[in-house]
Ligand binder design. Structure first.
Ligand SMILES: [Fe+2]
Length: 324
């Protein structure tokens, strides 16, 4: 897996979601896709939150975020609190991190940039899930043997399976004695280098839950590769990096969810390829995340920030209200 692309949880109220994700956390709503009332995409560096409008979903565990202006976070949270009264919104700020809960109970741990999160000044370095005792080893083997992702079991007071994603992100499955909350269907999306290899292995085990299109499939069950026992459930939207792309328009793309505007392919893998192929080149400044215009990357002329997020299938599906 080379990129943790998004976390998807449904939200019942876009105004509250805006107050939380934009005003409180200081993130930016994607200004080009999902700009209507049926969905909202929130940019976090090269990753996103997808927030379809529907009954709330709550990710089991929490999402880690790195933000460049951590010092300003307490003031933002305090400012946002008034409009979030009466919800599950809460926060606790320490010197090196802040724990924040959204109006519907999703939890986030925000960090300032640091060596622990290499190459990230704004992004989503990890998602951590609570799992049952005795499952971390099997989960680590699932990702290693089925997905081909680097993974290991870490014991440091607690036991957790840690799965590397790209160069700067992780999925963490930490064992806990707490009974797991029921799974409500929230999902994560990852880009994967070996698209067909894991697909074949999961087909053999009956794990593939959806054949979305030639560039995407999904699975929910994380199973012990030895015996097929389900160890944890979290839907993965798995995308390849070779999906066809179209160049972005030379002029500024217009906001709007019109299906007629759809193009084949996703800009995000293209973004990754651009950067993987130019390791020596400077990275796009994270400040781009906050800039309304993405018509040109000032750092890399071929940078796919120009085409970010122009996924046909993803967009069509979300427009259709399937919350994907
Ligand atoms: Fe998704």
């Amino acid at each position: 897996m080379i990129h943790l692309e998004h976390v998807n949880v449904r939200v019942p109220d876009q105004q509250l979601a805006t107050q939380f994700y934009v005003v409180a956390l200081g993130l930016t709503r994607d200004p080009y896709l999902m700009v209507g009332l049926e969905n909202m995409w929130i940019n976090v560096g090269n990753s996103q939150f997808h927030l379809p409008t529907a009954a709330a979903q709550v990710l089991r565990g929490f999402t880690g975020l790195v933000i460049p202006d951590f010092d300003e976070l307490p003031a933002r949270l305090a400012t946002a609190a008034e409009r979030l009264k009466g919800t599950k919104f809460s926060y606790h700020v320490e010197a090196s991190y802040a724990d924040v809960t959204c109006p519907w109970g999703n939890r986030f741990r925000l960090h300032p940039p640091q060596e622990k999160f290499p190459r990230l000044t704004l992004g989503m370095p990890y998602v951590e899930f609570p799992v049952r005792q005795g499952t971390a080893d099997g989960i680590a083997r699932f990702y290693k043997e089925i997905i081909g992702a680097p993974s290991c079991v870490v014991s440091n007071g607690t036991v957790a399976a840690e799965v590397g994603v790209g160069t700067s992100q992780k999925l963490i499955f930490r064992e806990t004695n707490e009974p797991p909350d029921p799974y409500d269907g929230h999902h994560i999306a990852v880009c994967i280098a070996d698209f067909s290899g894991p697909h074949k292995k999961m087909l053999e085990r009956g794990v593939v839950s959806e054949e979305s299109n030639p560039y995407q499939y999904r699975f929910v069950d994380i199973v012990d590769p030895d015996n097929g026992k389900v160890l944890f459930e979290i839907e993965h939207e798995v995308r390849c990096v070779t999906a066809p792309h179209v160049p972005p328009p030379a002029d500024q793309p217009q906001p709007g969810p019109a299906a007629a505007d759809l193009r084949v392919g996703s800009g995000r893998p293209q973004l990754l390829i651009a950067h993987i192929g130019e390791r020596a080149a400077p990275r796009c400044p994270p400040a781009l995340n906050r800039v309304a215009s993405r018509s040109a990357c000032p750092v890399i002329s071929s940078c796919a920030w120009r085409g970010r997020g122009r996924g046909r299938s993803r967009r069509r599906r979300e427009i259709a209200g399937t919350s994907r």
